[in-house]
Design a protein around this ligand. Structure first.
Ligand SMILES: [Zn+2]
Length: 316
């Protein structure tokens, strides 16, 4: 793995993960609508979150699996049986919270409720998401928002059903859950209004969990980005870097670049109808909910990506 994802890159990604977990915890502390009972449970869950970065510390021992170059079908059958036995062998044993469920070669990230854990494979810790040589604005705008997105899934309506130990139990008060759902309705309306093709609108409820995670991830990463630059902020605030954009602007440009997409009409139609995620360019539009966006680009009321302050959705 070291050839594609160095120990140095892993260490730098880990620093960013820690910054995001800390920023999310601080948001939980500040949330005004959360009851103290739910807040305490949420904080316990943040404190025990296990985050895998790049690749597992311990690899699965597959020495018992026979691979034969001349027998593709047999390989598939033996691999399937091997994996089944590996899963069965876990029975009655403690949960391994460090176990990985994605290969390091996968460009994706995952939240694992039963382990209260996250996996960020090496393949997503690459440009345009993450570059150990890039500056904080580029990395927090891209990978930081993805990390924040995955963290927040631990605290959404399905994450609410698993506690700090990964046990299936609802730790939210009914009142807090009702508030969470009502706030989500506002975001659903926002997404219902998007129309990628004439007559074809996004489905705000079908994509709601992901859209909540996107707003939360962007907010959390923005907080972490602002926090880490504070020592030099007075001298540096608003300074233009790298092509005449400020650091704040480059944070948002980096976020938008992650969601670039080119697709044919049929593929767009299929995604809108069947997928739980909004198409990339619409995910980028969630900047409208962030106060920092308005400051960074001096966005004025009435402009295309402007929302009146009272319509900006803040959930986490
Ligand atoms: Zn997600």
């Amino acid at each position: 793995m070291q050839k594609y994802f160095s120990a140095e890159a892993k260490a730098r990604a880990k620093v960013m993960v820690d910054a995001l977990v800390k920023a999310f915890g601080a948001r939980v502390d500040r949330l005004s609508w959360l009851s103290e009972a739910t807040r305490a449970k949420a904080k316990a869950k943040v404190a025990t979150l296990t985050v895998g970065v790049g690749y597992p510390d311990t690899w699965v021992d597959s020495s018992g699996l026979t691979i034969d170059r001349a027998d593709a079908f047999g390989n598939a059958r033996r691999a399937s049986a091997f994996e089944y036995q590996r899963q069965v062998a876990k029975l009655s044993k403690p949960v391994d919270r460090n176990e990985w469920w994605m290969t390091p070669q996968t460009v994706n990230a995952v939240n694992l409720p039963l382990q209260n854990a996250l996996n960020f494979p090496a393949a997503i810790l690459q440009p345009p998401f993450f570059d150990p040589e890039a500056d904080p604005a580029a990395n927090f705008g891209a990978m930081g928002t993805i990390i924040g997105h995955e963290i927040s899934h631990s605290f959404d309506d399905s994450g609410a059903q698993f506690d700090a130990q990964g046990t299936f139990t609802n730790w939210w008060t009914d009142e807090d859950l009702a508030h969470f759902k009502a706030a989500g309705e506002q975001l659903a309306k926002q997404y219902d209004a998007y129309e990628p093709l004439p007559g074809l609108h996004l489905n705000g409820h079908q994509t709601l969990s992901e859209n909540i995670a996107d707003v939360a991830g962007l907010n959390t990463s923005w907080d972490a980005f602002v926090a880490q630059r504070q020592p030099t902020a007075t001298a540096d605030a608003g300074a233009k870097h790298a092509g005449a954009f400020t650091d704040e602007q480059r944070f948002f440009l980096s976020f938008a670049q992650v969601w670039r997409l080119k697709s044919r009409e049929a593929a767009m139609r299929r995604q809108v109808i069947t997928n739980g995620h909004a198409p990339g360019p619409y995910r980028a539009l969630t900047v409208r909910n962030l106060d920092g966006w308005y400051q960074a680009f001096d966005v004025k009321p009435g402009q295309k990506l402007a929302l009146p302050a009272e319509q900006r959705v803040r959930i986490w």
